[in-house]
Design a binder for this molecule. Structure first.
Ligand SMILES: C[S@@+](CC[C@H](N)C(=O)[O-])C[C@H]1O[C@@H](n2cnc3c(N)ncnc32)[C@H](O)[C@@H]1O
Length: 350
């Protein structure tokens, strides 16, 4: 389920699991306000914790909902998919004239029409697991995916490596239904044992600056965006576009609010003040944070975070700092070549 659809800057699920086991108990409320692909909420629900998740990205929220509302039985999931696909088949095919050229460049026109019709239907009817599964096969160079040959994590066409003239079969129409069914089968190979519905306190699309967190939080486990390091708008642009986020610039601005020191400081300050009010005494607040400096005058994110907590959340005490080496696969971008290490800061509320 963690592989439902790719996500840059994803936390290792074993780290999430270890932290959840160490710093919370079954039945307690675990919160992740930068939930990304839902690694922490999914592991927490698996371990019987209640969860609240939020993120400013529509893709993150869709993926997190997809994982937490995943079906528990493959037979009924496939039967349901068949029923829905029949309904979708009776809907009119969309017109591609309003689709931007950069999106059209990735698909055979017939495949694109099918994706558009299906994604809109799944969005309107809130079938998050199927929508997330569809996003998970949007682009790649393998035959089970829907695009012309392109990379999986960040959407780049690979027409130099696979020129149309030499590989005409890779540029043919790809029916969506059969590929989505295969994807659902893969995702549900080991379905969740129980439904997580009863454990979800909320999954919200909200920036950390304006999110209204629940009261009586027992544990926070989260990884804020590394200052300047990753570009969540640009790198997820194709998936976001199919989720109805057509305005790249607005999206980029919203997703990069924390990318400079002042944005990071403002957001973490707002968060620290809220946690000062809303966390239970004795609760733990854990930040997994990459160490990256673009400009010399910037401060290290963990130093800045510590300074903010000392000032704005005075009853929090830093009780542990751990370091982890970021594996090469997560340093997928050249700009990130310098981020080798992330720190895990553990605060306890007194
Ligand atoms: C390091 S990633 C989190 C990854 C996540 N732990 C996982 O395993 O997938 C940081 C997340 O912060 C989100 N984000 C960026 N700016 C934000 C903001 N102002 N408020 C809330 N979330 C934001 C991004 O969309 C991204 O999902």
């Amino acid at each position: 389920m963690h592989q439902l659809s790719p996500y840059i800057g994803k936390l290792k699920s074993v780290i999430a699991k270890d932290l959840i086991l160490k710093y919370s108990q079954p039945g307690q409320l675990v919160v992740d306000m930068f939930c990304g692909s839902g690694t922490v909420p999914l592991e927490a629900a698996r371990l019987g914790r209640r969860v609240f998740a939020s993120d400013t990205s529509q893709y993150a929220v869709t993926l997190t909902k997809g994982k937490l509302y995943a079906p528990t039985r493959i037979e009924s999931a496939l039967a349901n998919l068949d029923r829905l696909l029949k309904r979708v088949e009776s809907l009119p095919m969309p017109d591609l004239r309003s689709v931007p050229r950069w999106v059209r460049a990735f698909y055979h026109p017939r495949t694109l029409k099918e994706i558009l019709r299906l994604s809109e239907f799944l969005r309107n009817e809130r079938h998050y697991f199927l929508l997330a599964s569809l996003l998970g096969i949007l682009h790649h160079q393998r035959p089970g995916f829907l695009s012309f040959p392109s990379s999986h994590l960040v959407p780049y066409l690979r027409s130099n490596k696979f020129p149309r003239a030499a590989y005409p079969e890779l540029y043919e129409y790809r029916p969506v239904a059969s590929r989505l069914k295969a994807k659902v089968e893969r995702a549900l190979k080991r379905p969740p044992k129980n439904s997580f519905h009863g454990l979800v306190d909320g999954i919200r699309r909200s920036s950390v600056e304006s999110v209204n967190l629940p009261d009586a939080i027992d544990c926070v486990i989260t990884s804020p965006p590394y200052m300047n390091a990753l570009d969540y708008g640009r790198d997820n642009r194709l998936r976001l576009w199919f989720l109805g986020e057509p305005h790249m610039e607005t999206m980029d601005r919203a997703l990069s609010a924390l990318s400079d020191l002042s944005g990071f400081t403002n957001a973490i300050e707002a968060l620290a003040k809220q946690l000062q009010q809303k966390m239970r005494r004795g609760g733990h607040c854990i930040f997994v944070i990459g160490e990256q400096l673009i400009r010399k005058r910037d401060r290290f994110p963990s130093e800045e975070l510590l300074r903010i907590f000392v000032t704005h959340a005075p009853t929090f005490r830093l009780c542990q700092v751990m370091s982890d080496v970021i594996p090469d696969v997560r340093r997928s971008r050249r700009r990130l070549a310098g981020v080798k290490r992330e720190h895990i800061l553990v605060f306890r509320k007194h």
